[in-house]
Design a protein around this ligand. Sequence first.
Ligand code: DQA
Length: 143
Amino acid sequence: MKVLVIHGPNLNLLGKRETAVYGTKSLKEINKAIAAVASELGIKAKAVQLNSEGEILDYIQKGDYDVLVINPAAYTHTSVAIRDAIAAVDKPAIEVHLSNIHKREEFRRKSFVAEVAAGQISGFGTESYLLALRAAKSILSEK
Ligand code: DQA
């Protein structure tokens, strides 16, 4: 079972970027936690960080995964293209956010991705990704 984890724009700056909102863990540390839980669950997880929308579309379209775990970051609130790519590949996607997007600015409450995702996990910091891996496993074992 293969899970592709996509970290969207600006998430390469984690650990330095708005630490009061996103925490002090770097992306490298988050990816380490993802790898540890993936191995505990017996899942193959590959994580990529992409700043450009086009590259995110390429990874989604390639479809080289059973479940997509995606933190679309700012594109969550703007990208019809990412929403359409997820709908087009027809594989389960889990939307992840470090912060609780429903508790912040009004513009963050709208997610184009949520409409095509199996579910959304928002507000638990690094744990949001780890919960998403557990959800990925349970989605696939239900199939
Ligand atoms: C985010 C929330 C988005 O609103 C924001 O643009 C991000 C990160 C999160 O993980 O909390 O870049 O997706």
